[in-house]
Design a binder for this molecule. Structure first.
Ligand code: NAD
Length: 432
């Protein structure tokens, strides 16, 4: 089957690599020429474990190609995925659909034959129905269908999530679209992964409700962590005890600095905004959004107070990406904390295994170091912001020799308080 994917970012590239590995002929399109030129040279623009090998394999077998010219690929593709960004609109939380509309218009104008437009971008309920009107207007002669196929992959384990999904959700309205989507996902369907067909509106809502639920679970445990800090309970024990209840489950129940990344913050806000347009107040999710926004400031104030930070003091920040195994820094809590500290005149020496250059382009005042130990030299406080594996077994005796003060803020609870206290450090975990 011939497939075109418009938007070769995180979702588009992973989808393209996986669908070509299923045996389909895939063309990935992006208007970012530099990105396409890099991909043609074998340079992968994002850090995602296993992605380079999968791309290389499928490029070699000629099932996966890249272009900045959408026209080239459309001639033979019946199925076109739209995987462009849907960021928050400035000044309000709603999703900006301009990239999706622009991509759909371009495809529509260049097509003569039937096209199935598959929206993989995360779009609010009602968007795919609006997209039908956008396409009709761009090319009134075109025969087409629209399918809503939200993506649930997690950065850091994206390939596994795509290849072994908990479910594939597809909103469709015609038998032809359903048949084509079954063909796209045939390798998953044959291996009994659940493929669920719904209305366009249900598929759109499943995506936002799922992300909002997970954000709520994280926020719930973070709020309980605050209670633990004031009451003497230990959030790790509380999480474990709760998670053993099968009705609750242990996933997304780890206290930390709050959720970040390219999806949860913007999707939670967009969900609230969509509900408002439908005259519904999502009160629980609004509370989640507010709590999460305020959490970074609360944590930063705690860091300043507990280590008595003054202007021109140096702080070490370990981890910049929003979670381990990705170089994605979008809405990273580490970077938000860094910005608040820098605004107070504090110097931030930081180290991250993969996302330093990209973080530096966001915040030029970050002092980048070659490793965790260099970042900890002369630091008055050490913040563990992302739980990369290489931060789990640091040599604290080595760190102790060069630190000016011995205060550690373990925002991800990867160490035992007693172990660090025995070494002479003052230790602050989250929710302990
Ligand atoms: P991204 O920013 O990494 O990639 C988007 C790409 O689209 C960019 O490379 C951009 O140049 C390209 N683009 C924009 N307009 C274009 C056009 N008209 N023609 C060709 N290319 C165009 O975004 P992403 O993280 O891959 O997210 C894409 C969508 O998937 C979003 O709606 C997001 O919410 C959703 N999503 C993301 C994830 C994730 O983990 N990143 C997971 C699930 C869903």
């Amino acid at each position: 089957m011939k497939i075109t994917i418009v938007g070769t970012g995180y979702v588009g590239l992973v989808s393209g690599a996986c669908l070509s590995d299923f045996g389909h002929q895939v063309v990935c399109v992006d208007k970012n020429l530099e990105r396409i030129q890099d991909l043609k040279k074998g340079i992968i623009p994002i850090y995602e474990p296993g992605l380079d090998i999968l791309v290389k394999k499928n490029v070699k077998s000629r099932r996966l190609t890249f272009t900045d010219n959408i026209d080239d690929s459309l001639r033979s593709s019946e199925v076109v995925f739209i995987a462009v960004g849907t960021p928050s609109r400035r000044g309000e939380g709603g999703a900006d659909l301009s990239y999706v509309h622009e991509a759909a218009q371009e495809i529509a104008k260049m097509s003569d034959n039937y096209i199935l437009f598959v929206t993989k971008s995360t779009v609010p309920v009602g968007s795919n129905r609006d997209l039908i009107k956008v396409i009709e207007k761009a090319n009134p002669e075109l025969k087409f269908d629209v399918a809503s196929n939200p993506e649930f992959l997690r950065e850091g384990s994206a390939i596994d999530d795509f290849m072994r999904p908990d479910r594939v959700v597809v909103g469709v309205e015609s038998e032809r679209a359903k048949e084509l989507m079954l063909e796209v996902y045939k390798p998953l369907y044959l291996r009994d992964f659940p493929i669920m067909f719904t209305s366009l509106e249900s598929a759109e809502t499943i995506k936002y409700a799922s992300n909002a639920f997970l954000a709520t679970k994280i926020t719930f445990i973070n709020e309980i962590a605050q209670l633990c800090e004031n009451s003497g309970a230990d959030i790790k024990e509380v999480s474990k005890g709760m998670g053993l209840d099968e009705r609750i489950g242990n996933k997304f129940l780890h206290a930390g600095p709050g959720y970040g990344g390219s999806c949860f913050p913007k999707d939670v806000k967009a969900f609230i905004s969509t509900a408002e347009k439908n005259n519904v107040n999502l009160s629980i999710i609004s509370a989640v959004d507010k709590f999460n926004d305020e959490r970074v400031e609360r944590i930063t104030s705690k860091i300043i107070a507990k280590s008595n930070l003054q202007k021109e003091d140096t702080v070490s920040l370990l981890g910049l990406s929003f979670k381990p195994n990705t170089d994605d820094i979008r809405d990273s809590t580490s970077l938000k904390i860094a910005k608040l500290l820098i605004n107070k005149g504090i110097r931030i020496k930081s180290y991250d295994p993969v996302s330093m250059e990209i973080a530096k382009s966001e915040n030029t005042e970050l002092i980048l170091c070659n490793n965790a130990y260099e970042a900890c030299e002369d630091a008055k406080a050490i913040i563990i912001g992302t739980e990369w594996n290489e931060f789990r077994a640091l040599d604290f005796l080595k760190i102790k020799k060069h630190a000016t003060n011995l205060v550690i803020f373990d925002l991800r609870n990867i160490y035992k308080a007693k172990d660090l206290k025995d070494l002479g450090f003052e230790y602050f975990g989250t929710g302990k």
